[in-house]
Ligand binder design. Sequence first.
Ligand code: COA
Length: 334
Amino acid sequence: MLNKGLYNAMITSVGHYVPDRVINNKFFEEYLDTSDEWIRTRTGIQERRRLDRDLPTSYMAVKAIENLLHNRGIGIEEIDLIIVGTVTPDMIYPSTACIIQEKMGATNAWGFDLMAACSGFIFSLTTAIQFIQSGSHKKVIVVGADKMSAITNMEDRNTCLLFGDAAGAVLLEPTEDKSYGIRDAIMHIDGKGGKYLHQLGGGSLHPASHETVDKRMHFVYQDGKTVFKEAVKGMADVSYQIMKDNKLKPEDISYLVPHQANLRIITACADRMGISMDKVMVNIHKYGNTTSATIPTCISEYWHNGKIKKGDNLILSSFGAGYTWGSILLKWAY
Ligand code: COA
């Protein structure tokens, strides 16, 4: 799908942030009809993080970007563009990108938010690649950041225990060496999935009102069983497709970096690709589903732990509301 430009886009730095406050499964046992055992075995989640009530998504995004800049040894003024994948912007507008730009003094950057739910990061990354490949931009930051605690109904056992708050970021720069960097991307949407996973209130169809609040329309709604089946198929198919299109065998893949919605979906995807779980990046047990942040926090954590090396082939895959789904293939460049 990628229309190769003058350059390849390569990731040259990573950063992430998770809030300090840990919510374990016992927390939910105390007031909901659920159990630590059910949550662990059905989802793989042991705990998740919660950001303070009065802090917004941009707070976490700024921390992740600070970490990224420190790791690259550059200042924010070098950044040309900031793309923020999120479904929990600080507010509808101005965009979270504008808020981050102002908070960090990114005086040479423009930017925007991109909403693709759990695929927010890979859709943002695929968008960012175009600016690097064309040669028009030299340093682009892609952030995946979500404060899911702001839109989860803590009385709904179908959703509240699944989600957490986090932010992850990557820096993209050009390379003339076409064997490195982002090599392929396959993206899909299917609007038929909208009725199974959505947040109905607050948009132009159902503006905020007493009724939307009373009907809990500002929270995530999910028909978990239906989405589960579609996610297993969608994520596994597209991950397998990108391997096949690029003539890669399971042994050529260093890591699958899957969206972290459910460990059973991750395992099914790895099985379909013929990849063993030791080659799959996983942090769902610690953070739950952090929506746009799952993939960049995984990459950043593994990088900080010295587990990614130059030449590693990574496949990034996700599935989320919309439906939205896709895969990106890259060869790690530093
Ligand atoms: N605690 C205890 N029991 C629960 C429960 C909970 N929190 N939620 C549901 N159950 C019960 C159900 O009532 C049902 O009981 P029954 O068999 O007596 O009817 C049983 O557990 C199975 O319910 P089901 O809804 O089929 O669970 P599941 O195995 O599908 O798991 C999810 C639920 C949400 C974890 C799972 O469907 C999922 O991960 N969905 C996809 C998420 C996703 O990928 N989203 C896209 C990106 S956000």
